[in-house]
Design a protein. Structure first.
Length: 179
């Protein structure tokens, strides 16, 4: 059995107290920006997260729309974000509840029709379905009550899952400067 090496409750307790007293302290802006990519290569780009200076993710066009398939496409990164959020949330909830995880597996897949990206009429542009399967193995919960409660909590508090399910307003602006 694998017990958490991190005392998540101890880490979160002062944060919970602070946020209860001052809800504005919990408001965070996550920021990502394009990296310094070769503009002559339309098939690849870099993305950097302000939260981890110096860390750059390479991404590119999917092979189904002419990409080379040597780096993850943006859809892969979206699904990876869901898998990472689901797994981290499950691990944190388990640690908070004192549940030792024996095994944990998260699989995410999506349906996408590349014709929309290639501007073929009548085809959707975005992903049309996402499926996330999470399997957790724990010991010592013969009735399964505690395990079920822990999985429901993990599903409830996964930020990326909730965002995809419920949607959020997206403000997108495009600006062009001519020389």
């Amino acid at each position: 059995m694998v017990a958490s090496r991190v005392a998540v409750r101890e880490l979160q307790s002062p944060l919970r107290g602070r946020y209860k007293e001052d809800p504005t302290a919990a408001q965070v802006i996550l920021r990502v920006h394009g990296g310094r990519s070769d503009l002559a290569d339309p098939l690849h780009c870099e993305v950097a997260m302000d939260a981890v200076p110096g860390l750059v993710y390479r991404s590119g066009a999917h092979a189904a729309v002419g990409g080379t398939g040597d780096v993850p496409c943006s859809g892969d990164l979206l699904l990876a974000a869901l898998a990472a959020c689901q797994e981290t949330t499950i691990r944190m909830v388990a640690a908070n509840m004192g549940i030792d995880l024996e095994e944990l597996e998260v699989e995410v897949e999506a349906d996408w029709d590349a014709r929309g990206t290639l501007a073929l009429p009548g085809a959707p542009i975005g992903l049309v379905a996402i499926r996330c399967l999470t399997r957790a193995t724990v010991r010592g919960d013969t009735r399964g009550d505690r395990s079920e409660r822990f999985l429901r909590s993990a599903e409830k508090y996964c930020v990326v899952l909730d965002t995809l399910r419920n949607g959020v307003p997206v403000d997108s602006k495009f600006e062009v400067t001519t020389l």
